[in-house]
Ligand binder design. Structure first.
Ligand code: ZN
Length: 280
């Protein structure tokens, strides 16, 4: 990699990272700093027409790696599961309409059901979404979440589980979103990155850090370098696969949201550049 100090060409930021900003403010500020990508959370565009959203993003000259997030497929009731699939078809349409390359899937979980059964529901749901994904040309990226969310948010907690679902489905539009926050602890991390990369199924790379101690299970993500994740090593493993996708900053943090978002954005870019340069 030959990144220069100013090389932000693969950098994208998730709207949730600067949650206090409107979509317009996020687009204007990212673009003004030379950040070329914005991954859009559905909360950021709620109640808005997708063509208006696309106009705002296009006006800023930004690209959209992902619409975040669909999924939540798990429910003991087959009719409820069917409703969830329909909802995701709508999200695939929205993703296409705003120019997003992929829909990120947080696959869901419900208490009291075997996790293996729930992973079968996830596979079935994604298979049923394939015609719609093909119609719109939008990728489906399974994002494993940290096991602390296995009870009610994600029955897929490792890259290995996500890979196995991808292997079962075996479709060019189905792959994995690797978020360092969720998988950094996994002893099979390097092996799974290599396996997923070899199959061409590594679609997304999400960056932040794991604060020690963590004060909140959801909203205490840290800026790169402020936590204990070996980002350099993970990034090297990702790049070894030939990954040429976006590097997406995804930090939800009550602490950072309370600060001036312009200052926070400058910090993000500074940390990203240091992190990228130190390891290239
Ligand atoms: Zn993520």
């Amino acid at each position: 990699m030959n990144s220069s100090k100013n090389d932000l060409t693969r950098l994208a930021i998730h709207t949730i990272t600067t949650k206090p900003w409107s979509l317009e403010e996020a687009c204007e500020n990212y673009a003004s700093r030379g950040v070329p990508g914005i991954s859009v959370w559905i909360e950021a565009i709620e109640g808005r027409k997708t063509n208006d959203v696309k106009r705002i993003i296009d006006r800023a000259g930004l690209e959209v790696p992902a619409l975040v997030r669909g999924g939540f497929f798990c429910d003991p009731s087959p009719s409820e599961r069917a409703c969830k699939i329909e909802r995701n078809k709508g999200l695939l349409a929205s993703a296409a309409e705003i120019g997003a390359q992929m829909l990120v899937l947080v696959v869901g979980a419900v208490p009291g059901q075997p996790l293996a059964t729930q992973r079968d529901w996830v596979r079935e749901a994604i298979e049923k979404l394939l015609p719609t994904a093909e119609q719109f040309g939008v990728q489906l990226a399974i994002e494993p979440l940290h096991p602390m969310y296995a009870g009610d948010r994600s029955c897929v907690t490792t890259l290995g589980q996500a890979r196995r679902i991808c292997e079962q489905i075996d479709h060019a539009l189905v792959g994995v979103a690797l978020d360092v926050y969720h998988v950094w602890w996994d002893e099979d991390l390097d092996l799974e990155i290599e396996r997923i990369g070899k199959r061409g199924e590594l679609f997304a790379f999400h960056l932040c850090d794991w604060r020690c101690p963590t004060r909140d299970m959801l909203n205490d993500r840290a800026l790169m370098g402020d936590g204990c994740i070996d980002l350099a090593r993970i990034r090297a493993a990702v790049h070894t696969t030939g990954f040429e996708g976006w590097e997406e900053i995804e930090i939800f943090s009550t602490e950072h949201w309370a600060n001036d978002q312009s200052v926070f954005l400058d910090q993000i870019i500074d940390r990203y550049q240091r992190f990228a340069i130190d390891n290239d």
